[in-house]
Design a protein around this ligand. Sequence first.
Ligand SMILES: [Zn+2]
Length: 212
Amino acid sequence: LAVLIHYLLFGYHPFSGQWVGSGDSPDQTELIRKGFWYGGQNSSIRPSQNTIPLDVVHPEIKRCFLQCFNDGHTSPHLRPTAEDWHNALQVAINDLTICGKVDSHHYSRSYGKCYWCERKAKLGVDIFPGVTIPTISATLPTTSNQVTNSINYIPVNTINQPSHSSQEPKIVLFTVISILTTLLLYLVIGDMGIILGLAAITFFVIKNIKNN
Ligand SMILES: [Zn+2]
């Protein structure tokens, strides 16, 4: 169960990472047998530069992983139960918030800042990218605020705005700005402006549907 939850949250197996032991890394079955995972104290597997730190998730989730893969490695009865996981995930979900810069970023308040922005600055790659809209300060609706939604890709702007999980204000904002932009284009360049405006709106709506 812990391995599956780890896969869902991080996207890779916990018994993987950078091998720091002598010789070549043994296969994963052997790593599991020896309890070598990237969060182990005496592990020959350490976090690689691409490993997402355990500190990023809520402390209750981190505690469950440590309890399972460290204490519970040789003592299965010490591993968190399904109920323990359920409770920890519930606490963690309630602690999630949306990044002020990129709407497709969700992070734990307990971490205090957006790890995905931090990771992008450090590694130059945003694994949950948003789409920058240069002149229109609009966002498209997001889906419900769940932990697994961090895998959604949602077009966003880069203007800071307060966090909110409700879809309705975003839809209203997007609609109003779409109409204003189309009108503005009409006033500036005439009939072609309406066509351009409608084309842009269609593009963003299709893009959002695709990404969801
Ligand atoms: Zn962010």
